[in-house]
Design a protein. Sequence first.
Lengths: 163, 154
Amino acid sequence: MSKLTLKTEGDTHVVVTRHFAAPPEAVYRAHIEPEIVQKWMLGPDGWTMPVCINEAKPGGKIRYEWAHPQRGSFFLTGEFVTLEPHSRIVHVERMHLPDPTPDNHVETRFAPDGDGTLMTMRMTLPNEQTRAMMLSTGMESGMEASYVRLEQLIASGLARGAA
Amino acid sequence: MLEAFCDPSSDLPFFDPVVLGDSRKIPLDRIKYLYKYMPMREQIHLDQAFAALADPTRRAILARLALGEATVMELAEPFDMSQPAVSQHLKVLEDAGLVASRVQGAKRPRRLAKAGIDAMDQWLAMLRKALETNYGRLDQVLAGMDQKKKGESQ
């Protein structure tokens, strides 16, 4: 069963929740420390994150660069707004494809949930058109990579279904 | 119940499984079809659909239609809004492929257009999967962190 939810909220928000079987401190660190971020925030297999800058302080810079041997590269920049260890991160981010997408204001909360953590990521887009773009076409071009992974997921799902 | 839908500040759980059905049950071949053969026109459609959802009145109209067919007059009733204004919102929803109508005498009852709403839900299911790839990887990283910590404390 998938532990993830993704919902639209109001006119300009997208809310993602996910449970992790680890304490909030660990999940928080996994979002902040570059050497940990580089291990998981990769999209589909084959992509790497050669550059990961996370200046974990208010106003601190964020820069993630993704690369794939055949599919090229793209990057994201942003700034931290608020950091409350180990419960809350507020930051602003934008994709460069290569033109920058409108700013996405993101609040990520880490709350104790049984033995683990409930992460709630609330994205706020500047307006409804921007959210529509991100949900329908923006994410599509930004996460072109995700398509490939999706294809694999579908293929394996169909293979399993046929077996 | 309808009053709750009319509160612009209330966020309707529009992608709640109760309203749209559990997305995990969508057959994979349908998702595959959507992904592989979705023409540009359909993508614009999807873009329009998400834009159409970004309005509390239109979400309330959809929530009402989720309960069953309704005429413009019936839809206008719970809102402090004229029928032409509701018709305008309906046009946006129809253009986006989320609402359909049929002719019944002098009336044109509106209903949810299942295909359009399924398309949105399937698209969101794909986004969920893409995110889940990252978080599945994070699960493993976190498990590794935990073991390392235990190793250090021993």
